[in-house]
Design a protein around this ligand. Structure first.
Ligand SMILES: C[S@@+](CC[C@H](N)C(=O)[O-])C[C@H]1O[C@@H](n2cnc3c(N)ncnc32)[C@H](O)[C@@H]1O
Length: 216
């Protein structure tokens, strides 16, 4: 499928994103070369903005990959001496993430939990004022059930890739067989978070689509 927004506009917005240190630019290159999907800088800037707006201190992220978004989130909570807990299922990526977190000097601010979020989240006893879901799209509904009680009142739940490169609006018969279930689940997820009585949700067509939900 396609970009959610016009490619020239996307490039322009990317040019407005803040300068990154060399090691972050290296991570961006690594992600392209190794087919790791990470948030683009303009999405990182948007997340940073939301964290500051919410004055968030305790962040939970599902889907670390190589810790690119994790590092942005950790920088965003630094003025409030906040913390980021992040979960990654892929061992190789978790190792790369730890190396990158060390390189960023953020070992004290980030806790990486290696394993399946389905196993780890139920063991978490804390509540968070900002939760970022950026993992297997077909599991967002499950994540929500477990994450909602862990989101503090007034907290933000931010779900990435909710427009699935535009596949969300493709008629079901035109989707490839293995995409159908994931897209159906994603549509159900969006229906659920946009009609939930205790959430106020808006979907922003930036990057691959970001749903921002405020817990009332
Ligand atoms: C899109 S990438 C995350 C990118 C990262 N948030 C960033 O923008 O820099 C999704 C990651 O979620 C991980 N993942 C998928 N399902 C997971 C699960 N159930 N539990 C933990 N991690 C999961 C994948 O291994 C992958 O590295």
């Amino acid at each position: 499928m396609t970009n959610i927004i016009n490619i020239e506009i996307e490039q322009y917005l990317r040019g407005l994103a803040p300068e990154r240190p060399g090691f972050m630019v290296e991570m961006e290159k690594y992600a392209v070369e190794n087919y790791v999907s990470i948030i683009p800088p303009e999405v990182a800037q948007f997340l940073t903005f939301l964290v500051h707006l919410r004055q968030a201190k305790d962040i939970l992220e599902i889907g670390t990959a190589i810790a690119y978004s994790t590092i942005w989130l950790a920088w965003a909570v630094t003025p409030r001496d906040g913390r980021v807990t992040t979960i990654e299922i892929n061992e190789r990526r978790a190792r790369t993430a730890l190396k990158n977190i060390r390189e960023a000097g953020l070992e004290d601010r980030i806790t990486l939990l290696f394993g399946h979020a389905v196993d780890i989240v139920p063991q978490l006893r804390d509540t968070y004022d900002f939760i970022f879901i950026d993992a297997a799209k077909g599991q967002y509904g499950w994540f929500f059930e477990e994450l909602y009680p862990r989101l503090a009142p007034g907290g933000l739940l931010v779900s990435d890739n909710v427009l699935a490169e535009g596949r969300l609006i493709v008629p079901e018969e035109e989707l490839r067989h293995r995409q159908k279930t994931a897209i159906r689940r994603l549509r159900d997820y969006l229906d659920m978070i946009t009609t939930h009585p205790n959430l106020e949700t808006t979907v922003v067509p930036l990057g691959d689509g970001i749903a921002v939900s405020l817990k009332k």
